[in-house]
Design a protein around this ligand. Structure first.
Ligand code: 8YV
Length: 334
């Protein structure tokens, strides 16, 4: 029996590539260039599956041009790069990589909160620029973290991880807002109290965004929401670009209407709103919340395991959709 053919759309760990080569005929994007939709479509000709990252958009046009494609395994928990409805209609299975990155990403969320509240990068820039000539009383005085109020918007697995760190490690009062309220057991574990988004924005000292991106969530935080926040508060976004209106945030930071922000994700990334680059009270990182060597391998391996399952005609391990059966059967017949 001939092996199925797959594409690995970005450069990943050689050990996972070797694993995939045992199951499939594999093409890898060795140069790690982010392909245009046209190039990605051309590379997908004759492929049964693809391992993607958040950078590859999977939509109706691409699926129509790749009739043999059966599975798209995203190496990310978020899958807003998928047009899920189009994939369902086209009979293509989508998968993601949840759980394996939860604690690593929660660690980073907390690190970004700490760096933002305590002005770590801003003060480092000052030191590196040779501006530090003496100790002074109020130099880089920041916001308190321990004992403060932590507000989490989006209380999935990563949000819960951040809540536990805040409540148990730093004695913070945790409030959260989510589409649905957690069970009393989970609330007790996280020591977290459900509040409205408005109450959260008005009372939290640190607001952390961990909600998935959907068109409805676009600009969850815009000028009106920023205006509700305390002037001493910080805002952390480790969710997705587009959840925050970056232009409105840059303006609020410039006018010190909130104290500071920490951003790992941006609208239109890897481009960053130019005004964010000019304000000092923001910590900027290039979408690295899940980036540790161990977690990257686990994410890639989970995507690889999904490819093996689906192309072996078994159920996906972490499906994000239910493909239309008739359309799926057509793809298997190509
Ligand atoms: C990924 C992420 O590194 O998992 C996610 O949703 O945002 C990150 O962990 C990124 O999307 C690349 O796939």
């Amino acid at each position: 029996m001939t092996k199925p053919s797959i594409l690995i759309a970005r450069a990943i760990s050689p050990s996972v590539v070797a694993f995939l080569q045992r199951h499939f005929v594999v093409t890898v994007n060795e140069s790690d260039e982010v392909w245009s939709p046209e190039t990605l479509t051309a590379q997908l000709q004759g492929k049964d599956g693809v391992l993607t990252t958040g950078s590859e958009r999977i939509d109706a046009a691409l699926l129509a041009a790749c009739p043999q494609l059966k599975v798209v395994a995203n190496m990310a928990v978020g899958y807003n790069n998928f047009d899920v409805a189009a994939m369902e209609q086209a009979g293509v299975q989508g998968t993601n990589s949840p759980d394996v990155l939860t604690e690593t990403t929660a660690d980073f969320g907390f690190a970004l909160l700490m760096a933002t509240a305590r002005r770590i990068t801003e003060s480092e820039h000052y030191l590196r620029a040779g501006k530090w000539t003496k100790w002074s009383y109020e130099m880089f005085s920041g916001a308190e973290v321990h004992g403060s109020t932590l507000g989490i918007i989006g209380m999935g697995r990563i949000g819960q991880g951040i809540a536990k760190r805040g409540a148990h490690g730093f004695g913070m009062q945790v409030i959260y807002h989510n589409r649905s309220q957690l069970s009393p057991e989970l609330e007790a574990e996280c020591k977290a109290r459900y509040v409205s988004q408005q109450e959260l924005l008005q009372t939290a000292d640190h607001v952390v965004l961990v909600l998935p991106y959907t068109p409805e969530n676009r600009h969850t935080i815009g000028a009106a929401e920023l205006a509700l926040m305390k002037p001493t508060a910080t805002l952390i976004n480790i969710a997705r670009g587009g959840i925050v209106d970056d232009a409105a945030l840059a303006q609020a930071l410039k006018e010190q209407r909130i104290a500071a922000a920490g951003l790992d994700v941006f609208e239109g990334e890897p481009k960053v709103h130019p005004d964010l680059l000019t304000v000092p009270n923001v910590v900027l990182t290039p979408h690295i919340a899940s980036a540790t060597a161990g977690t990257r391998i686990k994410m890639a391996q989970m995507a690889a395991d999904n490819l093996v399952a689906v192309l072996g005609r078994k159920a996906a391990l972490t499906a994000v959709n239910t493909p239309d059966a008739a359309a799926q059967a057509k793809r298997w017949a190509v």
